[in-house]
Design a protein around this ligand. Sequence first.
Ligand code: ADP
Length: 513
Amino acid sequence: MMLAKTAAGSNRLSVLSVASEAVPLIKTGGLGDVAGALPAAVAAHDVAMTTLIPGYPAVMAALGVPATDAKRPGKGAAKGKPRMKLVHQWDALLGEPARLFAATLGAMPLLVLDAPGCFTRGGGPYADPLGRDWADNWRRFAVLGRAAADIAGGAVKDWRFDVLHAHDWQAAMAPAYLRFAPLADVPHVPSVMTIHNMAFQGHYGREIFSRLELPRSAWAIDGVEYHGGVGMLKAGLEAASVITTVSPTYAMEIRSPEFGMGLEGLIVSRGDRVRGIVNGIDTAEWNPAADPALAAPFTVRSLSRRAANKRALEAEFGLEPGDGPLFIVISRLTWQKGMDVLGEVLDHLVGVGGRLALLGAGDPAIEAELRKGAARHPGRVALHIGYDEALAHRMQAGGDAILVPSRFEPCGLTQLYGLAYGCVPVVSRTGGLADTVVDANLAAITADAATGFQFSGVDYQHLAMAITRAVGLYHQPQLWRRIQAAGMRSDFSWGRSGATYAQLYRELVSEAR
Ligand code: ADP
């Protein structure tokens, strides 16, 4: 297997991307979408990306090894599923026996880390079936990072990588191991550390340091030490050659305490080594013209077909038909996403003639408030608590406007899906929301540039005013259609960002030579 080898004289780069989730295998949020889409985005620019992900039971099963039969790779492979090939074994990866499988899923080359003591368990990637974070997450993801550093460092026969790209705190130990404990005699492998959300940093107590198998020198202010404990994201940010985050505005915001959440000093100190590259969306997966989830597929030239999707959505949520806009929300129900403020604004939303269909799960207190709101407004406000990918597609196709009142938003994807589906985004002016939605002020409408509504300040007053503005424009159908059309025509594909990542990898490789 020579997939990852850079041929002499070729301009093709090989990159090892390390993530704790990747579509279509496993997803809890935007990270999974991005890790799943990036390989194809950079392939167009002569970058061969292989994605390393943990062998959770769902991943092993999807790739042909039932979780119960994890000792016999390939044996349980259902027809049509890719076979996995064993390419490496560790007797003890931070004490954990582990195997590495290679597989290709569609066009996506994968390396799967099967460390049963870490990943063969029920629940989600990060939490047990009751939603409590696994107590040994530090160890599970340190094992992932150690494996990644070994692989990038050349431990696996015939596999060589030019760059390592780590995503979020769960992969952040990979650059840290590359810097502080590389395999002996390996050339320097440059690394990129991408922050998808600064709110999740992987902080643990000092006592885990000795179990990370790092040299004492790594216990330092420019190493893994963070306020007397271990900071896993912090370690990756210190060690990586370059830091990226998922929008230019968020890259600026994390220089301040409000958004940097304790790491703002580090971010400022890394200067121009911090870049913002906005996420794209998978335009094959999210294509309203050919979306199997929809009652009536449509394009920008057949927007009237959205009406059938809207009726289907109203019926699915038990909403009464109405003249006003149907707002949707697809979100984790958390403080970050401003879902507490959404709860406060429901009476206003209904009062100005709006209706709301919400899909989400998260904080029980926020969920309870939203349930109370729905009970006050039967037929006007309806909730679907849970996670449902196909329903998310149907909502973007049938809703008139999507509300995204986040307090901070590194990039945000739901507003991009809204743009692609003619579901007009109403967003707070922060992070990637500020970068991807053009506010419908008079000048922007006149120039046919407006794609949605922005408001600053995530509180009752500002969100209520934004909703009122959206309702007002909705009642001017010609203008509304122009906003929908401008959104659908804007470029939210991976094209430009794929090129930017590829360019970044090339810069790092030439720097390292
Ligand atoms: P974050 O990663 O912070 O949760 P993003 O907007 O970047 O937010 O990405 C969220 C992704 O998860 C989107 O693809 C969105 O459609 C999806 N999503 C969020 N909640 C749900 C849900 N309850 N059901 C289906 N998809 C959801």
